[in-house]
Design a protein around this ligand. Structure first.
Ligand code: ATP
Length: 205
């Protein structure tokens, strides 16, 4: 099974990396693809350029063979829709291999506003991880799904939703950018190599 983590990664931080690693270990995933988006459809434009975000992703995952960075959203024109990304992964990997799209609770709570969200669920499983500050509402559309906490996803290629518990890390790229702007240290919130890159390129000042 391959895990897929999409995002703006402006910048990539320990909250992305540690949680994805835990999910991969508990589900026995053979790989996690980190796929930075070019133009995010649901949010303001990133502060760092696409190439800078790409370079930071690569610095962050260097030396961890479980992670692989994937450029496909950066190469595609227009909005970076997850449904298009998953279709293109299916073209490369075939219809049989289980794919698990990993997302935080914040992203999941807005999931039904995503472009062709039903098709996303036909292309991959959804693995939702807890994130501090985002509490699911049992009366919402996904209420009955909340009981699904199994990692047994590899018997089908797509279509299941599961909620998995990871170490709660109250880290966001927004807070990191804000700290940089206020001349506060972001050391240990991002990998050292990313910290040095941000310093060197005066990002987010
Ligand atoms: P921003 O603050 O700029 O919105 P972010 O920190 O939320 O950024 P994204 O690149 O937007 O990072 O997130 C990519 C994916 O990682 C999303 O699915 C998001 O829910 C998840 N994620 C990010 N940070 C955490 C965290 N600390 N814990 C769990 N999931 C996270």
């Amino acid at each position: 099974m391959i895990g897929i983590m999409g995002g703006t990664f402006d910048p990539i931080h320990i909250g992305h990396l540690r949680t994805a690693l835990e999910i991969a270990e508990s589900c026995g995933m053979e790989q996690i693809r980190i796929i930075p988006g070019r133009v995010p459809p649901h949010r303001p434009q990133p502060k760092a350029s696409a190439e800078q975000r790409w370079e930071m992703v690569n610095l962050a995952i260097a030396g961890e063979p479980l992670f692989q960075a994937d450029r496909r959203e950066l190469e595609r024109l227009g909005n970076s829709y997850t449904v298009d990304t998953l279709s293109s992964l299916r073209d490369d990997l075939g219809s049989k291999i289980p794919l698990a799209f990993i997302l935080g609770m914040d992203a999941f709570l807005a999931f039904r506003s995503w472009h062709r969200w039903q098709d996303i669920m036909r292309l991959a499983h959804l693995v939702v991880m807890n994130r501090p500050g985002y509490v699911p509402d049992p009366n919402d559309w996904y209420g009955e799904l909340l009981a699904q906490t199994t990692c047994e996803l590899s018997t089908t290629a797509a279509g299941r939703v599961t909620f998995l518990s990871v170490t709660s890390l109250e880290i966001s790229a927004t807070n990191i950018r804000e700290a940089c702007k206020n001349n506060k240290s972001i050391r240990f919130l991002v990998p050292d190599e990313v910290y040095e890159y941000i310093q060197e390129h005066h990002l987010y000042n």
